[in-house]
Design a binder for this molecule. Structure first.
Ligand code: ADP
Ligand code: MG
Length: 273
């Protein structure tokens, strides 16, 4: 993998960093990261995955975290960069293991701690970088939000969804207002694990749409056991369920369209943000 200087500008060199984040566990962050990355790869984009969760589910999806010689912990704690692991023609991974849990305690003693990931990511080449966040609002999450162009917030359509989203949105706002990353935008709130046969899922989805409007992605991710089968088989969902694969292709196409629109806005100075 090539490691090069920052943002060269120009249409082919845009770099979009998406933090996939929610302080709640089990809402589909890792599943979203894997399947959105696979879809971006099918669209011919180079994707860098960052596993920012010490539980290492994203890393385990692809490889065994046991024998890693360098991890995201080294990236954040030392002055060196680490070599991404190639997972295929389009996707590579900055892997993690449980060592990263120490970073939540150690990073706050470093100067400019929140900017560490943003700074380190400048060394890597990619079209899209997806950061799979840990379920917490601590310093690692602030690092992801500081580095990110966009935040994608997967949520389950459960009773606590609104409260969960509020905490997450407050956290995004703090990063914007603290000037760590004033340009950070929420891309979408993404309803996941959705079962349209359940009336409480339908009601909560409707309530989220009423409250957050177009910020809620129109089409929720369906709950299907195939997602668990995909983890076991270490494949993305498109290999087990073509319709679900197409769902992620549509989301990836939307991301590509939105990212290019943003780029044109900034090129012409017509941005609204
Ligand atoms: N759409 C879905 N349908 C069924 N199971 C899902 C779906 N999305 C995720 N899961 C399963 O739910 C669990 C939690 O998902 P995960 O992506 O690991 O969440 P998080 O990263 O937010 O903790 C995993 O076992 C995953 O396989
Ligand atoms: Mg996860």
């Amino acid at each position: 993998m090539t490691e090069k200087g920052n943002n060269q500008g120009g249409k082919n060199k845009k770099r979009v960093i998406v933090a996939i984040t929610n302080q709640k566990g089990g809402v589909g962050k890792t599943t979203t990261t894997v399947n959105l990355a696979a879809a971006l790869g099918r669209a011919g984009k180079q994707v860098l995955l960052v596993d920012l969760d010490p539980q290492a589910s994203l890393t385990e999806y692809f490889i065994s975290p046991a024998n890693l010689t360098e991890t995201v912990y080294d990236l954040l704690k030392t002055s060196k960069t680490i070599t991404p692991i190639r997972l295929g023609e389009y996707i590579s991974l900055l892997p993690t293991n449980i060592d990263l849990s120490a970073a939540e305690i150690e990073l706050p003693t470093q100067l400019n701690q929140e900017r560490t990931l943003a700074r380190k990511l400048r060394a890597y080449e990619f079209d899209y970088c997806l950061v799979d966040c840990l379920p917490s609002l601590g310093v690692l999450n602030r690092n992801a939000l500081t580095a990110a162009t966009l935040a994608l917030i997967p949520v389950t359509t459960e009773i606590m969804a609104e409260r969960t989203i509020k905490l997450m949105l407050d956290s995004v706002e703090r990063v914007q207002e603290s000037e760590l990353n004033p340009g950070l935008r929420i891309w979408y709130i993404l309803p996941t694990l959705y079962d349209g046969r359940l009336s409480h899922h339908k009601e909560i989805l409707a309530a989220l749409k009423a409250k957050y409007g177009r910020l809620v992605y129109e089409e929720p991710v369906k709950a299907t056991t195939k997602y668990k089968d995909a983890v076991t088989s270490k494949v993305d969902i498109s290999e087990l369920d073509a319709a679900q694969g197409e769902y992620w292709d549509r989301l990836a196409a939307q991301l590509i369209a939105d990212a290019e629109e943003k780029e044109e806005e900034s090129a012409t100075g017509e941005g609204t943000k």
